[in-house]
Design a protein around this ligand. Structure first.
Ligand SMILES: Cc1cc2nc3c(=O)[nH]c(=O)nc-3n(C[C@H](O)[C@H](O)[C@H](O)COP(=O)(O)O)c2cc1C
Length: 169
């Protein structure tokens, strides 16, 4: 499945604009390349980008698009640590951040959560939403026995099979 949000001709401009891959800007002309596959990860790296965002545009373009969490492992494997990999889409709880980091993401972005906070109570609502997310993440780390983010790994995750059985990842 090809990414559809940018043309590779745009990459030189994006690379020059996007110096910091941890930018929280949602201006879509100023985001790193959004990818969903190992092929696009290779292509982005071959064009010299300094970071990618695993994203399916919030699932708003195509009902059947692969989930970003499912796309993450193959992109991480393809990148081989050469560039930071961020992910967005479906982050709702601190444990979702934990899972993304455990699967190799270097950071997560969020879209709807701050919007919901904004609707709830303006700026205070956004800050509350972020605080809740942060506290859930810290609690999840503690319950998993992680003293710092660097200790989060695949070994903390389990997979539920179609037969309902739980196995280590
Ligand atoms: C109201 C709304 C509009 C969006 N518009 C776009 C868009 O025009 N292009 C795009 O690539 N992503 C768009 N997104 C997706 C976000 O950039 C982001 O990838 C997504 O919201 C992250 O997932 P989350 O909301 O589950 O955290 C939009 C999301 C929302 C909620």
């Amino acid at each position: 499945m090809a990414s559809i949000n940018y043309k590779y001709g745009d990459l030189a401009q994006r690379r020059s604009v996007h110096k910091n891959p941890t930018s929280t800007s949602q201006a879509h002309s100023n985001t790193p390349p959004l990818v969903l596959t190992e092929e696009d990860t290779h292509l982005a790296i071959s064009h010299g980008v300094n970071g990618i965002l695993i994203s399916n545009h919030g699932g708003r373009q195509l009902d059947s698009a692969i989930s970003t969490l499912d796309a993450l492992p193959e992109c991480v494997a393809a990148a081989k640590g050469r560039i930071p990999i961020h992910i967005d889409g479906g982050i709702r709880r601190g444990s979702d951040i934990f899972k993304a980091l455990a699967l190799g993401a270097d950071g997560v972005w969020i879209g709807r959560i701050p919007i919901w906070g904004l609707v709830y109570d303006g700026q205070a609502g956004v800050e509350l939403a972020l605080q809740i997310l942060y506290e859930e993440f810290v609690l999840c780390m503690g319950l998993a026995g992680c003293r710092n983010v660097g200790e989060i790994g695949r070994g903390h995750l389990a997979r539920v099979g179609l037969d309902g059985r739980v196995s280590k990842l």
